[in-house]
Design a protein around this ligand. Structure first.
Ligand SMILES: [Fe+2]
Length: 186
């Protein structure tokens, strides 16, 4: 069996992840990765699959962040996922790795963190993601107590790819609008 498209990846994710919010987080991260890949002329399919699969071990490792990513790598390899994708999943645990240099690794840090921030912005707007603008996100980015779990420094990583934050927010919002039904947003 090999994992080639979004549906394959989602089916695999759902074998290991049962929490609906975590599945939504993966869908959201993937949608953002895809938009950023398009903008940077990178491989959008690969970037989307990485977004979907990046937290596949989260329920297995539970709170143990010394295993997060490493177990994910093993799961992906067992399931015929490419080495390229499995490696990025493995090293995305910034508490173990960090100092990212590859565009896909940098984008994953930023997408992983901004997804929660933008979804929180949508919830303030009664679940209407279509009402969220880069300006809304910029304001909430500065308010450190808002969606405090979303690491602003990881979001800022995107600047290493020569992309400014407003552009990143625009792409991220566009990505999330594309999957809004799956996220339970409007
Ligand atoms: Fe994540």
């Amino acid at each position: 069996m090999s994992i080639e498209d979004r549906e394959d990846a989602l089916n695999l994710l759902k074998k290991y992840v049962k929490t609906e919010n975590l599945i939504k987080h993966c869908i959201a991260t993937a949608a953002i990765m895809k938009e950023v890949a398009k903008e940077l002329n990178e491989d959008e399919n690969t970037w989307e699959l990485i977004g979907i699969l990046h937290d596949i071990d989260y329920e297995i490792v539970k709170e143990d962040m010394t295993k997060h990513g490493l177990v994910g790598y093993e799961i992906l390899k067992e399931n015929g996922v490419s080495e390229e994708i499995a490696q990025v999943v493995k090293t995305h645990n910034h508490t173990l790795f960090g100092n990212y240099e590859k565009p896909v690794e940098i984008a994953l840090q930023a997408a992983d963190s901004v997804s929660g921030l933008i979804i929180a912005c949508a919830l303030v707007k009664k679940g209407k993601i279509t009402d969220v603008t880069p300006k809304t996100v910029k304001k909430k980015f500065k308010d450190k107590s808002f969606a405090a779990g979303c690491d602003r420094n990881r979001i800022k990583e995107i600047e290493k790819l020569g992309m400014d934050l407003p552009k990143f927010y625009e792409l991220a919002i566009r990505g999330l609008i594309g999957v809004k039904e799956e996220l339970g947003l409007e």
